[in-house]
Design a protein around this ligand. Sequence first.
Ligand code: MG
Length: 368
Amino acid sequence: MKITRILAYRVELPLHETTYKWSGGKSVTVFDSTVVRVETDAGFVGHGEVCPLGPFYLPAYAEGVRAGLRELGPHLIGEDPRQLAKLNRRMDAALKGHPYVKSGIDIACWDILGQATGMPVCELLGGRYGDDVHLYRAISQETPDAMAAKVAGYRAEGYHRFQLKVGGDPDVDIERIRAVAAKLQPGDRLVADANTGWVQHEAIRVAKAVRDIDVYIEQPCLTYEECLAVRRRIPHPFVLDENIDDLGILLRAKADLAMDVVNLKISKLGGLTKIRQARDLCVSMGIAMTLEDSWGGDIATAAIAHLAQSTPTEFLFTTTDFNSYVTVDIADGAPRRVNGRMAASKDPGLGIRPKMDVLGDPVVVVDR
Ligand code: MG
């Protein structure tokens, strides 16, 4: 089987809550997502999706996905989409770095492999654990009272895991954590995610001020070394995210005992092939994971669901359903949240059918 054509579509994904805000005053109102379509000479067609959290979160931006596909695509025409390790080596040889550019192609090729073998992607990724997976809800950065007021509504939607966006003024963040923690019920989990927003001394101050609260602290500072210094001085369970973008740093973090949980995002690692390597390594090393992506709609959520449900349950700290945050449906067959949980499709591949009328005309077409 050979890849004959690679196309990309640009789609805008507005938010039900109109704006998503996190550390340092960063915010997004409309997500700019790219759907990648890989066509083959055997009639199989696969899809992937890449949606950076704006251009100021990770070293990735939406137009960069499309520019990267124009650069990389011609090197992949004629390659077998089912031979995923070989295909990834080809991508890495043709374009140094830029993992987020490669992610959509890799996801689309897993979709093709699933269709060609008649198997859901989650079974190809190692096997299906349980009937479904539990989801966390991110709470956009607002005043402490406004954030606390969101908890009851999210719990009514079935969520029991809440990820607070902090990383702002440390004194206000202390109030944010206290206000939301006061709304928790038995069985709930709370994560305070600073998204690199605190300086080292601020992170230690915040953590010491909430020392009595059952809360995880996620990625307090910009660099790995700053996070490690904080980790060594606070009592809370600790999550690394933005710094962990390849196997080298993951292994170093394990050796340093730098985290209890790691947040792995599909496009941050470069696709399902690479995140599976990291995921399997974490299982072997005893590190639980939040498995997700930087953002996305139905297709990204489908890929997340297959990855999450193919992870041994005790190692899946949490995952997320980005398609429930946005107002536009781009595919049929995508997971839908039920009681704060979602399940990967049992159909072959990702189990999604893109809505071509919503995607419109392609903005990238590579056929040779
Ligand atoms: Mg995070």
